[in-house]
Design a protein around this ligand. Sequence first.
Ligand code: NGO
Length: 526
Amino acid sequence: MKTIFKAGQLLIVVMILFSCKSHTPKDLAKENIIPKPTKLVATGSSFELTDKTTIYVEDDDMLIRPIGNYLADLIKPATGFKIEVKGVKQSEFKKGICLGLTENNVDLGEEGYKLSIDENKIVLKAYQPAGLFRGVQTIRQLFPARIESNKLQDGPWEIASGTIEDAPQYGFRGAMLDVCRHFFGVEDVKRFIDLIATYKMNILHLHLTDDQGWRIEIKSWPNLTAHGGSTQVGGGEGGFYTQEQYVEIVKYAQDRFITVIPEIDMPGHTNAALASYAELNADNKVRELYTGTDVGFSTLATDKAITYKFIDDVIRELTALTPGPYIHIGGDESHVTAKDDYVVFINKVQDIVNAHGKQMIGWADIAAGSLKENSLAQFWQTKPDNALNAVKQNVKIIMSPAAKAYMDIQYDTLCPLGLHWSGYIEVDKAYNWTLESNVKGISKENIVGIEAPLWTETIETIDDVEFMVFPRLLGYAEIGWSSNTNKSWDEYKVRLGNQKSRFEFMGINYYKSALVPWVDEVIIEK
Ligand code: NGO
């Protein structure tokens, strides 16, 4: 067949040919996203981010703009692109990256999102801003690993095309940092927040007081930090957060849609307070500061009025600084508090927390008390009796089993850091369980979600923190986020192994478990 072009038509064809950039075929289904998204459809092409790409904020929504800025800041160091963040009307959006809220996607919930990627654009939609933030973490993982570098890297910056629809199984997915046994400064905590945010976690539990240190300034009881915060395990210099610093941490977490849960552990684990104020002791004698690692030897005087005045002051000041709904009151291992006194104590403290408008959380030991249904019990022991008792009281459970979810427990017998009182937790064991089948008698409707605690008796630096947290944290994040169908260690370990370059570009000190097939990023020359 003979095709005759007129000169003008030919010119148009030539112009089209030259203006069409070829798009590298890419398979979205082969990307190694953690936590695994609910639904994913690949369309076999790609979107390329260039220095001309703009991030658009639908209707210039004030709630979305900071998320657009966050994404622009995230990709700037490695790409060198100064990506503009601009408002746009939905109907006018054609090219680039667009973030928007959608009224009609109630089913996406607080944190769900929809992502659609084609050769010209990335459209991220959510029902709430938190969903956009979680979706941005997915976009981040779809870029080559070197996007995580803080030094300029070569492109191309391509993302596989297709659609993702994703929402979490559980609304409570967290990590805990013990800043008492060893103190960690504001910058370390911010790093911890950034790391957990990457894997869509939404809770940061800060264990703020223990035998070895009181780490949050309480203006009405200044000696708690002046004296009680002065040291740490091993006898080194301790530290504490001023109220301003704590607020800075809370804000930093909030900007990443993470709720901070502050814990004031009581009536046990209180030696730092007992060393700061004589009147908190039953015998009115001030205790020595403690720098060892024993547990279960201290208790507040549970029958003194001053004790409850003290607790009321602490909770009042903490409440004023904490926008989240929860105050954690510890309650674990009060071995030297008489059982009856313990019960009365927990009931009174629950009333104090509620009177300040907050919900009480405690380690599941608190189930000895009469719990209100809006309190939460955190399962941690190897035996589930306390947690089952909490469930009997219609109290919901946070799953943190020490034999599976404690990040301070050693990976294996050779692990240079950590404890092993609950066994060893290799990376496969950390992943290979589900929240709802972990304890007979505690099913999905009884569980709010997962939290992986990091106790720091043996953990001294942020490098130590990272070594114990990575890579187990990704497994906990996935257990909380992804549905259980089609999940297996064999499939997960491949996705995990592909995080190697990403961890390295992020500067994470991770444990190179021999069980994981670690893979370096393949850089394809353009
Ligand atoms: C226990 C104990 C903590 C220890 C931790 C070490 C709870 C809830 N109380 O967990 O004081 O630091 O084990 O793994």
